[in-house]
Design a protein around this ligand. Structure first.
Ligand code: KIV
Length: 305
């Protein structure tokens, strides 16, 4: 295992080679993301949507997010693991925010946390940074504000709103976040923010002018099984279709008796099988004392292929 990428290393990539980020929610998705060369793995609260089938991200708790962050960390990825702080985990007080952020690090094994919002959240951002936990910002279409935004809509299309977002980004960067996710904003705005802040921007639905890009892993892999995908998503596979096909073939083999084959079956020594058959035929269905022959029945065989 090579050393894990750190938040300062991601910060140092400003204007350098593009930062590659995706989400993961468990051990296998973390392994896939890491083997593919992710720089950052976000244990996103999009977990609520793509894993738990919820309509928005408001339903996931710190307990749930930390549980999944720990599963991702168990894959021992080289990528920086960022835990996504869920709604209401950083809204009530700085003390609660730091305690919750600390759980992502101590119990979840994360190297950083992400939280949504700009100047409004600065006291919480500063408190987490003061606790020596690196923070990733998140501006634009912030899904935890779905009700306040009036739905999932592109943000910053008007000059005034765009300027507000730019001011939020500068404030976050000045506070010391190591990067900022820009979600669902016009490309011009994302490019201006990228030019104006001294930390990397990582775009999702924010055009090509950011310092990096992130997509939800289920979207990249086509794991959702849905026919409608957002404009900013590019599906690189249709794994839900491939998985359905594979399972159909398994079920067909079960139905026809083609599964399992001899090679997929454990065997006992013929001698033991004969003893067993003799025991059964002489004792009928009654109980027998197996203290002698039972050792013979325990043939050593590996579970592996
Ligand atoms: O929760 C998430 O997956 C995210 C990304 C879309 C940035 O916040």
């Amino acid at each position: 295992m090579s050393a894990r990428i750190t938040a300062p290393e991601i910060a140092a990539r400003k204007g350098g080679s593009p930062i590659k980020m995706t989400t993961a929610y468990d051990y296998p998705t973390a392994r896939i993301a890491d083997r593919a060369g992710a720089d950052v793995i976000l244990v996103g609260d999009s977990l609520a949507n793509v894993v738990l089938g919820m309509g928005d991200t408001l339903g996931v708790t710190v307990d749930v997010m930390v549980h999944h962050t720990a599963a991702v960390s168990r894959a021992e990825p080289r990528a920086l693991v960022v835990g996504d702080m869920p709604w209401l985990s950083y809204h009530t007080s700085s003390e609660d925010t730091v305690r919750n952020a600390g759980r992502f690090v101590r119990e979840g094994g994360a190297g950083a946390v992400k939280l949504e919002g700009g100047r409004k959240r600065l006291p919480m951002v500063r408190a987490v940074l003061d606790a020596e936990i690196p923070v990733m910002g998140h501006l634009g279409l912030t899904p935890q504000s779905v009700h306040a935004m009036g739905g999932f809509k592109v943000q910053g299309k008007q000059a005034a709103a765009a300027y507000e977002l730019l001011s939020d980004a500068i404030a976050l960067a000045d506070a010391g976040v190591f990067s900022i996710v820009l979600e669902g904003v016009p490309d011009v705005l994302a490019a201006i923010v990228t030019a104006e802040v001294n930390v990397p921007t990582i775009g999702i639905g924010a055009g090509a002018g950011c310092d990096g890009q992130v997509l939800v892993i289920h979207d990249v892999l086509g794991l959702g099984g849905s026919d409608s995908i957002p404009k900013f998503v590019r599906e690189y596979a249709r794994l839900a279709d491939a998985a359905t096909e594979a399972l159909k073939r398994f079920f067909a083999d079960v139905e026809s008796g083609a599964f399992p084959s001899e090679a997929e079956t454990y065997h006992m020594p013929q001698e033991s099988a004969e003893i067993l058959r003799d025991l059964v035929s002489s004792a009928g269905t009654g109980l027998v004392d197996l203290s002698g022959p039972s050792d013979d029945l325990l043939a050593d065989e590996s579970m592996e292929r």
